[in-house]
Design a protein around this ligand. Sequence first.
Ligand code: BGC
Length: 769
Amino acid sequence: MNQDYIKPDNWSIIEEGFDAERVKSSESLFSIGNGAMGQRANFEESYSGATFQGSYIAGIYYPDKTKVGWWKNGYPEYFAKVLNAPSWIGINVTINGEALDLNACKEVKNFRRELNMKEGWYNRSFEAVLQNGTAVAVNVTRFLSLTEDELGVIKYEVKLVNGSATITYSPYIDAGVTNEDANWEEKFWEPLDVQHEGDSAFVTARTFKTHFTVATYMHNSLFVNEKKQDVTPQNIEIGNDKIQFCYTAEAAQGETAALVKFGGYTVSLNHKESELIDAAKNVIASAQIKRYSTLLEEQKEVWAKIWEMADITIDGDVKAQQGIRFNIFQLNQTYLGKDPRLNIGPKGFTGEKYGGSTYWDTEAYCIPFYMATKDQQVARNLLTYRYNHLEKAIENAAKLGFTNGAALYPMVTMNGEECHNEWEITFEEIHRNGAIAFAIYNYYRFTGDYSYIPEKGLEVLIGIARFWQQRATFSSHKKRYVILGVTGPNEYENNVNNNFYTNYIAKWCIDYAIEQIAKVKSDYNEDYSRIMAKANLNDDEIKQWKKVADNMYFPYSEEHGVYLQQDNFLDKELIPVSELDRSQRPINQKWSWDRILRSCYIKQADVLQGFYFFEDHFSKEQLAKHFDFYEPLTVHESSLSPCVHSIQAAGLGRMEQAYTFYLRTSRLDLDDYNKEVEEGLHITSMAGTWMSIVEGFGGMRVKNDTLHFEPRIPEQWQGYSFKINFRNQILKVSIQQGETKFNLEGDKELTVFVNGKEVKVQPNALVTV
Ligand code: BGC
């Protein structure tokens, strides 16, 4: 744990006391989003201290020209940047002529932030004494509407604590923004137009290269003591990419002047370019009718509906409760599944790092959460996203020398093209292909919706199987197929041979594709003929695949009784992490890269990731053996690591360890375990946190179309509960020390297994086991 300033609370994230050192971390932690846009918790008023400014719009990106020391054939031309979008939140405030700036005030008291996750709003309040002696109490509430996803709302209130004052509010919108991580310090936005009308203003700008056009808008209303003032903006400052209004209010001691600002974006992804400003005017008109209070009420209602399905309750452990809700809240702020063109970026709308919007994280970690807490169409949309990128994945493989429709999905993408450019990852971290096939299997296993496979999934499986067959080479020495020069999920080893996880999932992908081809052939003959013709696939080729799958090599140590992470793993000095001095951690911030590569330290589950996906292929004893061998060497410096380990520790009945990993995954950002929260949150691993409760403690699995549970409970908890949308019926599972309760919202009896024992759950009746 690296920080401990967030107050434990069941439903809110709370910070008390102003500390400039914490501003960037809190900007990440208090981020808000509505699936269509999102932003870091930057202050509205000017701030001269250290800050990381960030607003983001879903689907809008910039292809930043690749910058590498030594160009290697096959590198993509660009890295798709999560683009810092024009800012609409800015409101400069002066009090008796002095700018309100928390970094320059004489005194700041009672500073408090609250991110209310239950209702979906963010509030900041403080009292400040300015250098001119005026004391004010400030209270700012902000939210991004879930009902009108192009709308954000701010209510900024200043109350005079002493004397009387002239307060000016200068709200602005600004497209003159840059990315902190721009490779060439270029500007990504080309300003096109600035205009205003009454209390509204619009700045239109277009991204260079990708040509997304965005109208950023604002509308302002001034209130004194809650009474709307009949004033028009003064001193309008117009630049080529920015516009600022000014509103002035006189307030005496105890009086409050407030500015309500509506703002947001209309984008060419969703509107004709010529209609962006009209579309923004429509959003403003509807917001004006509803006003702040109704919009806030609506916000609360939508969040109540989300929580109704997605909430996990934990009794008797506030920090654990706060952790899981924070994770569920952030996932829903990032992706709601409404738009199949979008995906779940590892940093969501909370930072720039990682670029792109889609990693294997989506398939390996996020799909189970969305499958179980939303309509199954949402998970299907996520699968379809990859189907729509199949042609690009085939092109991507062709660039690397593969042929005949072999598909290599990108490590990172926005539009299907690879946009990651470190050779050891772009070219070598090819296991990502496996997760995409696994997600198809997982979707069918959970939802029972086979139709996806003949309609779309099988083509993806064929492209992936072809890739693996071509990527494997026959070793005449080993008399087996080997996969050389890869990076496994553990990115702390590169260019290794026969990474167990990669080889295992490669074999599985081929076997699964062959199985599905046979099934589609027998049950969906028309689809079969269409797909075989389109893919130009025949039985001889399938035989080639099978030869590779049947003869795949897996490195194994007789001495340790474990599969080896890669051929040469045992050449390393195996010194457990517990013997590393704390001052050396995290090693990715303390050690040179070559030292990391030579070390035995594992960034995240690798062999164990294989055991997680393919649990049924191994015995519990094998799992225990591999867990005991690899976990002690694992530094968990990827956010994706603790959740898998928590699930496995729970499955092995090691509850203390499972609980420790649970806290680490669920509070990774709140407590900043990896010392990097100021760069943004780890959104995709948050779905792993959900899995660590439902699959870890709850022991939920789907086997043969039936739900199975092996409920366990950490001794720190009195009880916990979660809901699962299983095949269009909602099952609520409540687990207490010694008993498990099921409650079914649906109309059909549901059979579940609890610790192997059959239980029949009737609709709308409580069953206690
Ligand atoms: C992890 C990858 C992951 C990426 C994005 C990296 O640190 O090692 O497995 O896909 O982050 O979350």
